[in-house]
Design a protein around this ligand. Structure first.
Ligand SMILES: Cc1cc2nc3c(=O)[nH]c(=O)nc-3n(C[C@H](O)[C@H](O)[C@H](O)COP(=O)(O)OP(=O)(O)OC[C@H]3O[C@@H](n4cnc5c(N)ncnc54)[C@H](O)[C@@H]3O)c2cc1C
Length: 416
């Protein structure tokens, strides 16, 4: 079924009886060409592009819970491509371009809103760093402008420009950045993949890999063994646990990251704002809630909830830069498990086991990467070669000294 304005109108006047489920609920087959482990945004996007771009449709996405129950439905929905390093910038720019055409591509309303992202500048050194970043962004066509203090104030007059410790000197703005309704991304990709014949199998946990003589021949699951020519893992925060079943130890730690939403307010924040001195980012959802977050909790965890010290830290960051937020009441908060890599950058690679592939290490930047991650992972699975914008996301990069240390802060998850 194709969604359209006319269809919504027609169903409205005929009692909404013509809608069908957005994807099927099939039983697993005995064998597939490709099994994707993990029905988050990245797994579903990979399935969609495998089917759509490469015509590979004998594919199953195995999800241990329900699709959208992981980080794809828990993030603060920010998309952007304001990266600095050559290993990252073209990849995230491809992702932003794919976001720009995504709703037409998978025929689903993901409420993509390019309201702009503004990174605040609080010191001369930070202005220099952002000028360099803006230049890198221009090289890949991502755009990016430095605004002075008055130009910034004209857009966001409610911020504390004269904060004694962190006065605002200006900002870096990427007008094409913004927000996307996160669970609609999972649902849209699921629908796109399913409509081309991919089986999306929920409540099916992968419990092991069938590896013989260095070749992966399939997976063991809570619903029995399933054979596959290729097995592609993308389980985000569960990466370490799942890949351990294939005997691999990854340069990834699992940490909890929390997000917060206030009660619904009238429109007050026009864009996405990040506080450049502390770690605080905020936008306003279409329902009116202020959606915000900050740092990871800072200890290893597989719990999808966090603790109060970080709640306090995030609220302090918010109050420092935007004192009026203290008047808003907090409605909900939640946590997700982050696959924090050592240099803050991801992996899309083949493993040392033939037929077994790995995608992960997205830290807290993986939502914006969803389209390009799926696109490049599908490319690797279909062709056996990394996509040209993902050549540096290799598992052996720490051995080769090829870290992609975007923040230039060193090799520890809590620094990224
Ligand atoms: C609070 C928070 C805020 C964030 N904010 C942003 C942001 O603003 N912008 C941004 O770009 N990124 C953000 N992120 C990061 C982003 O959400 C993640 O990097 C990205 O969603 C991870 O990829 P995914 O969608 O595939 O993960 P997930 O949705 O977590 O998918 C992985 C799936 O694998 C499944 N799984 C695990 N083990 C197994 C198994 N054994 N068998 C089968 N299935 C299994 C899980 O159930 C899960 O559904 C945020 C994350 C959090 C938690």
């Amino acid at each position: 079924m194709n969604y359209s304005g006319f269809k919504v109108f027609w169903e409205g006047i005929t009692g909404n009886k013509g809608w069908t489920p957005a994807w099927r609920d099939p039983e697993p087959k005995a064998e597939y060409d490709v099994i994707i482990v993990g029905g988050g945004g990245h797994g579903l996007a990979t399935a969609h592009y495998l089917a759509k771009v490469h015509g590979i449709t004998n594919v199953a996405v195995l999800e241990k819970g329900w699709i959208g129950g992981g980080n794809v439905g828990r993030n603060t929905t920010i998309i952007r491509s304001n990266y600095l390093l050559e290993g990252n910038q073209p990849f995230y720019e491809l992702s932003l371009k794919l976001w720009e055409g995504l709703e037409q591509d998978f025929n689903y309303n993901a409420m993509i809103s390019q309201r702009g992202i503004m990174n605040l500048i609080h010191s001369d050194a930070q202005r220099d760093a952002f000028a360099r970043r803006a230049n890198a962004m221009h090289l890949s066509g991502a755009g990016g402008e430095l605004l002075n203090r008055e130009q910034t104030r004209a857009m966001v007059p409610f911020l504390d420009f004269d904060n004694a410790r962190f006065p605002i000197q200006g900002s870096l703005i990427q007008r094409r950045g913004g927000t996307v309704r996160h669970d609609a991304v999972a649902w849209g990709y699921a629908r796109g993949a399913d409509s081309r014949g991919v089986d999306i199998i929920q409540n099916c946990e992968v419990t092991g890999f069938d590896i013989e003589n260095g070749l992966c021949r399939g997976v063991q699951t809570s619903r029995g063994a399933i054979k596959a020519k290729k097995v592609a893992v993308c389980v985000a925060g569960s990466s370490g646990r799942v890949m351990a079943k294939a005997g691999m130890r990854l340069p990834i730690e699992s940490h909890v990251l929390q997000a917060f939403v206030s009660e619904g307010l009238k429109p007050v924040i026009p864009n996405v704002i990040t506080f450049g001195a502390g770690h605080f980012y905020v936008s306003q959802s279409d329902k009116g809630g202020l959606v915000f977050g900050g740092d990871i909790d800072g200890y290893n965890s597989y719990a999808q909830r966090g603790n109060l010290p970080v709640v306090e830290d995030v609220c302090e960051g918010g109050m420092a830069i935007m004192p009026m937020i203290g008047r808003a009441r907090l409605l909900r908060m939640w946590g997700g498990i982050m696959d924090m890599s050592m240099d803050g950058s991801p992996f899309i690679d083949q493993t040392h086991v033939d037929g077994l592939y790995f995608n992960g290490g997205w830290c807290y930047g993986g939502f914006k990467a969803t389209p390009a991650s799926g696109y490049c992972y599908a490319h690797l699975l279909a062709t056996g070669r990394p996509h040209e914008v993902a050549t540096q996301f290799r598992l052996d990069r720490f051995m080769r000294g090829g870290q992609i240390d975007e923040k230039g802060q060193g090799a520890q998850p809590n620094l990224h």
